[in-house]
Design a protein around this ligand. Sequence first.
Ligand code: CP
Ligand code: NVA
Length: 313
Amino acid sequence: MTLMKPGPSLMKHYLQFKDLRAEEYAYLFERAAVIKKRFKNYEKYTPLVDRTLAMIFEKASTRTRVSFEAGMYQLGGSVVNLNTGDSQLGRDEPMEDSARVISRMVDLVMIRTFEQAKIEAFAANSRVPVINGLTNEYHPCQILADVFTCIEQRGSIAGKVVAWVGDGNNMASTWLQAADILGFTLHVSTPSGYEIDPKVAGVANTRCLKVFRNPLDACRGAHVVTTDVWTSMGFEAENVERMKAFADWCVDREMMAAAQPDALFMHCLPAHRGEEVEAEVIDGPQSVVWDEAENRLHAQKALMEYLVLGRIG
Ligand code: CP
Ligand code: NVA
C-alpha cells in the first residue's frame, strides 16, 4: 500500500491562531481531552509511527521544546532538533532553501523564530505543515493550551472576559485573535507606548477588544486574568526602559479581587515574581499556571495529529 502525503490543497499550516476556524478548535479541544485522558491512564497511543517532526529554535525554550519533543515521541514519531547555532540557518542559508530541503525529509516542522515573515517564508516553500512555536508577533500554541485549560477549568470560554495586563506583545495579539474567533471579550491594559495593535493581530472587527488605561479596571469582572514578561525575547536591549514603564502593570491581589470571585490567573511562563506578577498571585489558589504548562503537551499532540492525519473518527 502506498501512503501519500496530503497534497498542497489539503495541507494546513498553523502560523497564527486565526489559521483555524472555531469548529476546528472545538474538535481540537475535544481531541486534546481524549489524548490527555489516555496519557494519564498510561494507554499507548501512537498514530504518528514513522513520522518525523523537525524543530527549529532561533530563540530559547523550555516548555515548547519539551512539549513538542515528548509529545511527538509519545505519538510514536521521532524528532530532529535544529537551532541557529548548530545548523546552516546560523550561516545565512535562506529560510526558503532550508524549507525546501527540510520538508523533503520530515512530516511536520515546528519553528520558533523572530519575525513572522520568516516563518511565512518557510511555510510558503514547505511540502509539509509548519507550526508556529512563537514569533515576535504570535504564540498560537500557547493560546491553544490556554483556552483548553480555561475550558477544562470553567467550561466554554464564549461570552467570558479575559483581562490582559502588561505588554501588547505576541501573547496579547494571539489572545485577540482567539477572542475574535471563539467569541469572548479581551480587556487589555498596557503602559502607553506598548499598546496592542489590532492590525498586527489582523482583527478587523474590534468589538471583542476593550482597552483600559488602568490595569485594575481591566480586571474588573474578568473570568481570567493573565499577563506575561515585561521584556520578550528579542527585546532585551529595552529592558531598563521597560522596567520603569511597566512598574504599575504587576498583577496583584487587588487586581485578582476585582475580577470574578472564581477568576483564574494564567501566565504562559517563564514568570518573574515581583515584576509582572506578585508571588502571592502566581503561587496562590487561583493560579492554574502548572496545568496551563502541562496542557501544552496535550493540546499540541492533538494539533500534530490533526495537521498530519486530519480528523480522527
Ligand atoms: N511558554 C513558553 O512558550 O515557554 P518556553 O519559552 O519555555 O517554550
Ligand atoms: N512574550 C514572551 C513569551 C515567552 C514564552 C516572549 O516572546 O519572550
